[in-house]
Design a protein around this ligand. Structure first.
Ligand code: BG6
Length: 490
């Protein structure tokens, strides 16, 4: 409403996430005209900083989306003029009272809504949520709080965290972010399934042979080893990002596009999953490698922040099943790893063989290569393609497996918004479709906790793989035990 305003406080303003994602996203939203007309951006952290130093810090993180775009410099200046820094401790009520007066002053006499982004380590989540809620929440409008993973390490710690947060915040106020849900191709999954006639009828055990959810990064933990070693790749990537993709992929059609209707369906998928089995898990850890040009790639254990002899997996692969009528017997394979050969996130859907295929012997192609495969490429080179068989033009009969290809770059030729932009905008608008509900989080932990405990209690040693490789060979054996061949490797 006119005359109202929004204040956005980044708690942990000097941290990495704030610099890399949160401030640039806020600027991009302002630049696109998506923020309320009256807004304040407030940084809160322990370090002492003058307003000028804070402006410099933010300015160094901002870029204009289109280079030399008109008015970008002016917009940056205006944006910076709306940024304010407050320093304080995370566990001091009095410091949050100061934050409150700084906010009130910036808000003037307007009605004001407040958002707090807790971009801080989990050990101080609870203190900060309590202090912000008790001392700095809005008196004239709503207050919303964004929290980032890790939401605990297992069911028990996650429950304790949720209960403690719930003393200060209602579920309605709490926005649990999983930035993968803000990615364009993941947001598009429901559109692909539910607005096209040609996919949904095939989206079940009768036509789909297996589903592969793949994440790889070409770099190691690079200085984040301290955090990572406490969590490992399963907690860092699988239990949240990949499992969310699986839920959206596999859910039943929701009653409507309402946040609650969608999340009801996602949680049902999670609760229908068969308990995970150690037999269906392969773990790996990267070891150092000297490349042919002499460059040294460090081992995970070379990271000085990693405890000596750590067994922490930096790669994992898992076969999972959803025991419901739609997916009974269809293997869902996940694979996630750091320090692999490339950056990639995708979902691959391999369809069944054509029954009584007339071309089975006529082609010279392996039957596996003759099956259709739908690839949803989340990054890089966002797009969707479907592998189909086609006759190679010309005399004679030869088949070729080729792509019907929807490349976002050639079709839309526009830069996609960062996941954080979309999600922050959703918080501003109160749209919870892309945020994790408490019961989803519980179901995700219920699924992974027994496996994680077993892995850690039994001190299972990971298979070593060279930095920059395709990961441990065990992942191939795992796939073939489930009748699957990884689509990204063939
Ligand atoms: C984060 C993980 O959630 O996601 C990181 O903690 C990982 O380890 C990152 O690198 C990957 O995100 P993106 O958007 O770069 O694929």
């Amino acid at each position: 409403t006119e005359g109202s305003c929004m204040s956005f406080t980044v708690v942990g303003a000097s941290g990495d996430l704030a610099k890399k994602k949160i401030f640039p996203s806020l600027f991009a939203l302002y630049y696109e005209g998506m923020l309320p007309e009256n807004f304040n951006i407030v940084g809160y952290a322990r370090s002492k900083m003058t307003q000028d130093e804070f402006h410099d810090l933010i300015a160094s993180t901002l870029t204009c989306r289109v280079e030399n775009s008109e008015g970008c410099g002016e917009k940056m200046e205006y944006f910076l003029s709306r940024c304010l820094y407050v320093s304080g401790q995370y566990n001091e009520a009095a410091d949050f009272a100061q934050l409150d007066s700084a906010l009130s002053q910036a808000e003037g006499n307007r009605e004001a809504n407040r958002i707090f982004y807790l971009s801080i380590p989990p050990s101080i989540f609870i203190d900060v949520a309590k202090n912000a809620a008790d001392n700095a929440s809005s008196k004239t409008g709503w207050t919303r709080v964004i929290v980032e993973k890790p939401f605990g390490r297992d069911s028990q710690s996650s429950k304790a965290l949720s209960e403690a947060l719930a003393l200060s915040l209602t579920e309605e106020q709490t926005y649990r972010i999983d930035h993968y849900l803000g990615k364009e191709l993941i947001d598009n999954l429901a559109v692909l399934r539910f607005s096209n006639l040609v996919f949904e009828p095939l989206w079940n055990r009768q036509y789909i042979r297996n589903v592969q959810i793949i994440f790889s990064e070409p770099f190691g933990t690079e200085g984040r080893g301290g955090y990572f070693d406490h969590y490992n790749i399963i907690r860092d990537i699988m239990q949240n990002h990949l499992l969310q993709m699986l839920a959206l992929f596999a859910m039943e059609p929701p009653v409507s596009l309402d946040a609650e209707d969608i999340r009801n369906e996602k949680v049902k998928v999670l609760r229908s999953m068969r308990p995970l089995d150690m037999e269906n898990l392969v773990i790996g850890q990267y070891k150092g490698r000297k490349s042919t040009n002499g460059q040294d790639y460090p081992a995970y254990l070379d990271d000085p922040t990693v405890p000596e002899g750590s067994l922490c997996p930096t790669f994992a692969s898992l076969a999972m099943y959803i025991d419901n009528p739609r997916w009974d017997g269809v293997p869902f394979l996940m694979k996630a790893g750091k320090a692999l050969n490339k950056r990639c996130a995708e979902i691959r859907v391999q369809f069944r063989h054509v029954p009584g295929n007339l071309y089975k012997n006529a082609t010279g192609l392996d039957e596996n290569l003759l099956t259709n495969e739908l690839v949803i490429r989340i990054q890089p080179d966002e797009g969707i393609y479907l592998k189909i068989n086609n006759k190679v033009p010309g005399l004679g009969l030869r088949l070729d497996n080729s792509r019907l290809d929807l490349s976002y770059k050639s079709r839309y030729n526009k830069e996609l918004p960062d996941a954080y932009e979309r999600l922050i905008l959703d918080v501003v608008n109160g749209d919870k479709r892309l945020f994790i509900r408490n019961d989803e989080l519980e179901a995700a932990w219920a699924l992974f906790t027994p496996l994680l405990h077993k892995l850690e209690d039994d001190k299972i040693a990971p298979e070593l793989y060279p930095y920059g490789s395709r990961g441990p060979i065990g992942a191939h054996y795992l796939a073939s035990r489930h009748g699957v061949r990884w689509g990204d490797l063939s």
